[in-house]
Design a protein around this ligand. Structure first.
Ligand SMILES: NC(=O)c1ccc[n+]([C@@H]2O[C@H](COP(=O)([O-])OP(=O)(O)OC[C@H]3O[C@@H](n4cnc5c(N)ncnc54)[C@H](OP(=O)(O)O)[C@@H]3O)[C@@H](O)[C@H]2O)c1
Length: 226
C-alpha cells in the first residue's frame, strides 16, 4: 500500500513495486487524478489525516506486506521563521500526523515480516535559511521512525530522505521551473534536481534489505556535503 502513491515519489515507488510483481494499492485523497498508473495497480481514496477512513482502507486490504507513505498531508509553509504564518507552520506538520497515522494504524495490519518506509527530506539533517518547517517536520519524521522501530520489531520501519526532486509538488512550469531547480541545486555535488524514480529506487532498497530498520537513507545529490 502506497499512501501518496498517485503522484511524484509515491507514484514512482508504485511503478517500481508493480514492476517487481507486487500487488499494489495507490492511495490518496483524489486518486482519480493519477493518469499513468501501471496496469493492475488499484487505487483507493483516503485522507491520511482521517483515522476512521484509514482504518477502513487498511482493514479492507487484509494482511499487508509493504506500507509506504510519501503523502504530503497538506500544504506547507516555507520562508523566514521570524515572519512565518504560524497557521501555515502548524499545517506543515500535517505530513507528520499523516505518517503517524500510517504507522500507528498500519502496523496492526502488517505481516510479521512486513516493512514500512516513510519519506522525510534533506532539510531534516541540513536546514537552509527559510526551511525551518521542512527541517523541523523532517527531523520529527526521522526521530519518530527511530523511536517506533524498536517497538514494532521484527516488523521494520525505515525512512528515505530526498534532496530536491523534480515532482508535481513544485507548481512552477517551463523556464521558471528549470531556473528554480538550477539555482536550488547549483551548490550540490550533483547540480541537478533528482528524479522521483531515483528516490523510489532507495525506497525499494529499504523494503528489500532485511537488515535495515530505524535507518535513514539520503538520496540528495550531495546536499548534505555542499
Ligand atoms: N519533491 C521534493 O523535492 C521533495 C524533497 C524532499 C522531500 N519530499 C517529500 O516527499 C514526499 C512526496 O513528495 P512529492 O514531491 O512526491 O509530492 P507530490 O508529487 O505532490 O505527491 C504528494 C502525494 O501525496 C498525496 N497526498 C497529499 N496529502 C494527502 C493526504 N492528506 N492524504 C492522502 N494523500 C495525500 C497526493 O495526492 P492527493 O492530492 O490526491 O491527496 C499525492 O499523491 C513528501 O512528504 C515531501 O515532503 C519531496
Amino acid at each position: 500500500m502506497v499512501f501518496g502513491g498517485t503522484s511524484g515519489i509515491g507514484l514512482a515507488a508504485v511503478k517500481r513495486l508493480a514492476a517487481l510483481g507486487a500487488e499494489v494499492v495507490a492511495i490518496s485523497r483524489d486518486p482519480n487524478k493519477a493518469t499513468d498508473l501501471p496496469d493492475g495497480v488499484s487505487t483507493m481514496a483516503c485522507d491520511v489525516l482521517d483515522r476512521e477512513a484509514m482504518e477502513t482502507v487498511l482493514t479492507s486490504c487484509g494482511p499487508i506486506d509493504i506500507l509506504v507513505s510519501s503523502a504530503t498531508g497538506g500544504s506547507r509553509s516555507i520562508g523566514p521563521f521570524i515572519d512565518m504564518d504560524m497557521d501555515g507552520f502548524q499545517g506543515s506538520f500535517d505530513k507528520l500526523w499523516g505518517y503517524a497515522n500510517v504507522v500507528r494504524y498500519g502496523t496492526h495490519h502488517l505481516a510479521d515480516d512486513g516493512t514500512i518506509v516513510l519519506v522525510s527530506g534533506s532539510p531534516a539533517s541540513r536546514t537552509k535559511a527559510g526551511q525551518t518547517s521542512l527541517g523541523a517536520v523532517g527531523a520529527a519524521v526521522e526521530q519518530m521512525a527511530r523511536a517506533v522501530a524498536p517497538e514494532i520489531a521484527p516488523k521494520r520501519l525505515n525512512v528515505v530522505s530526498p534532496g530536491i526532486i523534480d515532482t508535481p509538488i513544485n507548481p512552477l512550469e517551463g523556464e521558471a521551473r528549470d531556473n528554480a531547480y538550477r539555482s536550488a541545486t547549483a551548490g550540490n555535488l550533483i547540480p541537478r534536481a533528482g528524479t522521483a524514480d531515483e528516490v523510489a529506487h532507495a525506497i525499494v532498497f529499504a523494503i528489500e534489505n532485511e537488515f535495515m530498520t530505524g535507518n535513514v537513507i539520503d538520496v540528495d545529490g550531495g546536499w548534505l556535503l555542499a
